[in-house]
Design a protein around this ligand. Structure first.
Ligand SMILES: Cc1ncc(C[n+]2csc(CCOP(=O)(O)OP(=O)(O)O)c2C)c(N)n1
Length: 189
């Protein structure tokens, strides 16, 4: 019988701790599928953030490093420069990447570091209870903006892809979504 669906080898056979409806599981799977497809599981190193995906090192079947509070691009830079033969990726939320880690993100991009950054933007600080994040949209309700984000007092959201795409060192900056099957397919591509 033909196998039509199976767990990627690069995803550990353990239960994910994410809440129902969270898309970290989908995105983990996509990353693992691509690692499998490229045959790079033995040469891949991932760097995890703070936030809900802080435990991503339990889920990927490759070498993983924990670098919380937005420092993942800096740690990934060190790994890639010391071992250019490795494939290095970071996996970060919007609180981690676009708030406390803005500087590391921008400077790794502008230096043109040869790493991949998987930026999971859910528009809130998920792990700590859904507070307003730098990427929260105007009018979006969060636990700290119960009447919706007001740009007059909370400022406007940071458009991370647009910001990074202005930098000469950025090789590729793409925004995709995982809310529908076509979007998931697009994201994988
Ligand atoms: C300096 C500091 N401030 C606040 C926190 C608390 N904290 C832990 S995770 C997190 C939010 C992470 O949100 P995000 O990166 O968007 O990831 P998500 O949980 O939504 O996947 C915060 C504020 C912290 N750990 N350190």
């Amino acid at each position: 019988m033909a196998v039509v669906f199976e767990r990627p080898k690069s995803l550990c056979d353990v239960r994910l701790h994410y809440c129902a409806g969270c898309t970290h599981g989908i995105i983990h799977r996509l990353v693992a599928e691509v690692i499998d497809e490229m045959g790079i599981e033995g040469t891949t190193v991932g760097v995890c953030p703070v936030g809900c995906s802080v435990f991503a090192y339990n889920y990927f079947n490759c070498d993983m490093i924990e670098a919380p509070h937005g420092r993942a691009p800096a740690v990934a830079t060190g790994v890639k420069r010391a071992r250019p033969d490795l494939n290095v990726f970071t996996y970060q939320g919007d609180g981690d990447l676009a708030a406390i880690g803005t500087a590391e993100t921008v400077h790794a991009a502008t230096r043109g570091e040869n790493i991949a950054i998987i930026f999971v933007n859910n528009g809130t600080y998920g792990m700590t209870g859904g507070q307003m994040a730098p990427t929260t949209l105007p009018g979006q309700v969060t636990t700290t903006s119960p009447y919706g984000r007001n740009p007059k007092t909370a400022g406007y959201p940071v458009h991370v892809c647009e910001m990074l795409s202005t930098l000469d060192g950025t090789a590729l900056a793409v925004r995709t979504a995982v809310d529908t099957v076509p979007h998931i397919r697009e994201q994988r591509r």
